[in-house]
Design a protein. Structure first.
Ligand code: ADP
Ligand code: MG
Length: 704
């Protein structure tokens, strides 16, 4: 470890010329800028190009931001109370622009003088055919001319409080302008190997940081931005890869050394269909993972219906064939029961013991199962995660599979098994597709498989949007499907199972469905979270066996339920659901050989967002495409199935807009670590030093 001389960048912010204790305090509180370095990393969000002045006539409905210069005509306060505002007109040779302020009226008014020439910048809108800007940035044109410098002036993110204390977006630039001359290359040492920089034609770290604040021109700024975005992604990829490599090296795992008779017998004589290419590939990955002597910690992402259950079963057979027990955990009782029924039927008379353990397992049966798991006479158990987590003792658990993990989160699951001396292999299966870019960062430290292929012969689901006025016709459509021998789901949104209001919606909906489909000719199941488990189970079972025609349900049905004969999915109040949930729900149909339909019912008035979501659902069945859209619409923070990870917080780079930079970063990080995973070579020394200086950020025990 080298002794680093303290950098000037670590100086407290109030020591910077022009800051002082008062502004220092404000900068800390408002922007979390504590040191020179923090200020340096507080990047401008745009640059003012004073040489680029537009005319007022150019403003139209499509214009977003504009910079214009002109004479201020009059400045007056209008309206009363809440409507009180400061209004001024700016006139250039081509027209008049209205400027409005709702806040800081007195203060702004003092700074403006009618008859003077000003430079104005802001977001335009057109009101009653007249262009206007609310809360523009405004300054005397004389000032800007006196500057004389034709340069790109940085404008920084700031807050109202800072603005009031003389630190608006541009005034912060005075501080960075004072800071930059004080630092040199040694304060911002290069951290990316020269070979990569050269290959990608990226500027050095020092030059890039300077140019982000004060670029000579737009090209230089772009190059700097590319470099810093690349750096952010690259460092994240290096860290995640190191964490994964570290786990591979240091974790112990049980060894499944052979394929085993159970697997082989099942594969050759019981497997009801040919595996898809994706299933085969994932099994191969699992086989390699589990034979190495290190713990497998693999995330398997497969779109709804891609056949994850079969992968789970084959992996469990692999464990059993090697003399190890396995468990499969499902998020709900219904799902656990369904897995148990499905797996039991597939296993037929194979010499392997499989049991179901859930909250409703009777005490006597439960005792027997616990005993069987403890003495090893039971090899496989399916259950709800709560039950398995609790007090179950295994004789030699070698494999834990978690189905539909997005309900409980990856990290917790992985941690659950860390206590054991030799932890079981963990396979986490999720049906919430996550965009590749997000997966690369959110799960970069896990091993990761994708099943992006559906079994052959599936017919694409036709999805349509109808509003409530069409309800009778939708019900008629369901009737014709039932007459063909099919079944239908009708789903109501229950955001919180306890929400009284939506619960009443469900009950009303149920009554309404009954009026369209009178007994005894039609039979209806209803399932919701408030029912006792037995009742839920009976209703579910009646639908599974085809005894009932229609399943009226809340989203408890969302995950994993498999009734291939169901061909219609009606979703009520679709606008209340998010994209990934809609995709999950739709995945309940289209599981058999019959053509299936998804009908998205909504009210007649829709927000733009809802309209867009529905449009996407109607346009594609591809879960990964839908996930990409979801990411675009909601941003990375909110995507279901991702954990909150520090690696998702990038200052400059965006997982939505900078995919190609991320791919590059991933590629180069991977290549670098393949060649030198200890970062021991001379060319990787700067990187190594950088990571060491980022204490706490890199989980990297083997480097010292
Ligand atoms: P999911 O990935 O959503 O959990 P499932 O495992 O429930 O999907 O599988 C969906 C359906 O596809 C099941 O009926 C299953 O039997 C069937 N299936 C799985 N793999 C194949 C395959 N390779 N060929 C044909 N059908 C398959
Ligand atoms: Mg499933």
């Amino acid at each position: 470890m080298s002794f680093e001389t303290p950098s000037i960048l670590d100086s407290p912010i109030e020591y910077l010329k022009g800051v002082g204790p008062l502004k220092g305090d404000m900068l800390r509180k408002e922007l979390s800028v504590f040191t020179f370095r923090d200020l340096l990393e507080h990047y401008p969000n745009r640059h003012l190009d004073k040489t680029k002045v537009n005319t007022i006539r150019e403003i139209n409905a499509q214009t977003e931001f504009i910079q214009v210069a002109g004479t201020l005509l009059n400045v007056s306060v209008l309206g009363e109370k809440r409507g009180r505002r400061l209004v001024a007109q700016l006139q250039d040779k081509t027209g008049i622009l209205e400027l409005t302020w709702f806040q800081g009226i007195q203060w702004v008014q003092k700074t403006l003088t009618a008859g003077q020439e000003y430079l104005v910048y802001g977001r335009t809108s057109v009101f009653n055919g007249k262009p206007q800007i609310t809360h523009p940035e405004i300054e005397l044109l004389r000032d800007t001319k006196a500057d004389g410098k034709a340069f790109l002036e940085p404008v920084y993110p700031t807050t109202e409080k800072l603005k009031a204390r003389g630190l608006n977006g541009r005034q912060i630039g005075k501080l960075t302008a004072a800071l930059l001359p004080q630092i040199s290359e040694k304060d911002l040492p290069e951290n990316i190997p020269a070979r990569i920089l050269h290959h990608l034609n990226l500027p050095s770290r020092y030059h890039a940081v300077c140019a982000l604040h004060f670029p000579a021109n737009a090209d230089q700024y772009q190059a700097a931005l590319q470099r810093m975005k690349f750096e952010e992604f690259f460092m994240a990829q290096i860290r995640l890869n190191l964490a994964r490599l570290n786990r591979h090296r240091h974790s112990k795992g049980v060894v499944f050394e052979k394929v085993g008779d159970l697997f082989n017998t099942f594969y050759t004589t019981y497997l009801p269909f040919e595996l898809t290419g994706a299933q085969k590939r994932v099994l191969k990955e699992i086989r390699q993972d589990t034979a190495r002597g290190h713990q497998m910690n693999r995330l398997l992402q497969g779109d709804v219906g891609s056949g994850k259950t079969m992968v789970a079963l084959l992996t469990m057979l692999l464990a059993a064939g090697n003399g190890y027990q396995s468990c499969l955990m499902a998020p709900t009782e219904i799902l656990a029961q369904q897995h148990f029924a499905g797996l039991s039927a597939l296993l037929k008379d194979l010499p392997v013991q499989l049991r179901l353990l859930t909250g409703s397992t009777k005490a006597a049966e439960r005792r027997k199962i616990l005993a069987g798991l403890a003495d090893g006479s039971i090899q496989m158990v399916v259950g709800t995660h709560a039950v398995i987590e609790e007090a179950v003792q295994f004789q030699n658990l070698g494999l834990a599979i978690v189905d539909e993990q997005h309900r409980f989160g990856v990290a917790q699951r992985a941690r659950l098994w860390e206590k054991a001396t030799v932890p079981p292999h963990v396979l986490v299966m999720t049906a919430t597709p996550i965009p590749r870019t997000l997966a690369m960062t959110a799960y970069g430290d896990l091993d990761y498989s994708v099943m992006d292929e559906l079994p052959p012969g599936r017919q694409p689901i036709t999805t349509v949007h109808r509003n409530e006025h069409h309800r009778a016709r939708v019900m008629d459509f369901i009737r014709t499907e039932i007459e063909k021998g099919r079944q239908a789901y009708i789903i109501y949104p229950l955001i919180e199972e306890s929400e009284k209001l939506s619960y009443e919606d469900l009950m009303q909906g149920y009554e309404q469905v009954k009026s369209f489909f009178p007994e005894p000719k039609y039979r209806i199941s209803m399932v919701h979270g408030k029912q006792p488990p037995e009742q839920k189970e009976t209703n579910m079972q009646r639908f599974v066996t085809g005894d009932t025609h229609i399943m009226v349900s809340t989203t408890v049905i969302e995950v994993g339920v498999n009734v291939p004969n169901a061909s219609v999915m009606v979703i009520e109040s679709t606008e209340k659901f998010g994209l990934s949930q809609l995709h999950q729900l739709r995945g309940r149909v289209g599981r058999g050989s019959e053509k299936s339909f998804c009908i998205l019912l909504t009210g007649s008035r829709l927000s733009n967002d809802a309209r867009e979501r529905i449009g996407i659902m109607c346009a594609t069945n591809d879960g990964f495409k839908i996930a990409e859209k979801d990411l675009e619409l909601r941003g990375p923070g909110d995507i279901e199935g991702t954990r909150q990870s520090g690696e998702l917080n990038f200052k400059l780079a965006s997982l939505v807009n900078d995919k190609s930079i991320l791919e590059l970063a991933k590629f180069h990080a991977g290549q670098l670590l393949d060649a030198d995973e200890d970062l021991a070579s001379a060319e990787n020394l700067p990187l190594r030093q950088f990571l060491l200086s980022q204490k706490g950020k890199t989980s990297w025990s083997k480097i010292s």
